[in-house]
Design a protein around this ligand. Structure first.
Ligand SMILES: [Zn+2]
Length: 143
C-alpha cells in the first residue's frame, strides 16, 4: 500500500464519520448521505460499509434497533442487508455483499446506527461527552 492511498483512506474515514454522524444527529438527510455514498467507487463503498459496521458494533445495536432501523431505511425487510442486521447477534459482513446491494446495505446500516446512537446520546452521553463524533461542527460547515 502506498503513502498516498493510506492518506486517501484516512480522508475517506473522516468523511464517512462526518456523513454518517451527521445523519444520526439530524444534520443531514439519509438521501443526501446515499447520494454521497453512491458516487464512490465499489472499493471505496466497501471501505465505508466496513467503517459504518464498526460504528454499529460500537453502538451495541439490538435486534429491536435492527427492525426499527430497517423500517426507517425504506429497504424491504427481505433484502439481504435487512435480514443480516436483524439477526441476533447481527451479522456485519456488509462489505462482502455484491456491488448491487451496497446502497441498500448503507441505508440499513446508517438507519440502524442512527437509532442506537441517538439512544446513547440521550443517555450515556447526555450533557457532555468526549466523543469527537458527538460534537460535530455546526451545520454551516456541511456541504
Ligand atoms: Zn458521546
Amino acid at each position: 500500500m502506498t503513502e498516498s492511498s493510506s492518506d486517501e483512506g484516512c480522508t475517506l474515514r473522516r468523511e464517512t464519520e462526518r456523513v454518517v454522524n451527521g445523519i444520526a444527529q439530524g444534520l443531514r438527510t439519509l438521501d443526501a448521505g446515499v447520494g454521497w455514498f453512491a458516487g464512490l467507487g465499489p472499493a471505496r463503498r466497501q471501505e465505508v460499509l466496513q467503517e459504518v459496521a464498526g460504528y454499529a458494533m460500537q453502538a451495541h445495536i439490538t435486534a429491536a434497533d435492527g427492525r426499527a432501523g430497517v423500517v426507517r431505511s425504506g429497504v424491504k425487510p427481505t433484502a439481504n442487508p435487512a435480514v443480516m442486521i436483524c439477526m441476533d447477534p447481527p451479522r456485519y459482513g456488509f462489505a462482502c455483499l455484491p456491488d448491487a446491494e451496497h446502497v441498500t446495505a448503507f441505508r440499513v446500516l446508517v438507519s440502524v446506527f442512527a437509532i442506537a446512537d441517538t439512544r446513547r446520546r440521550e443517555t450515556d452521553c447526555k450533557g457532555a461527552c468526549g466523543h469527537g463524533w458527538h460534537n460535530l461542527p455546526a451545520a454551516t460547515e456541511q456541504p
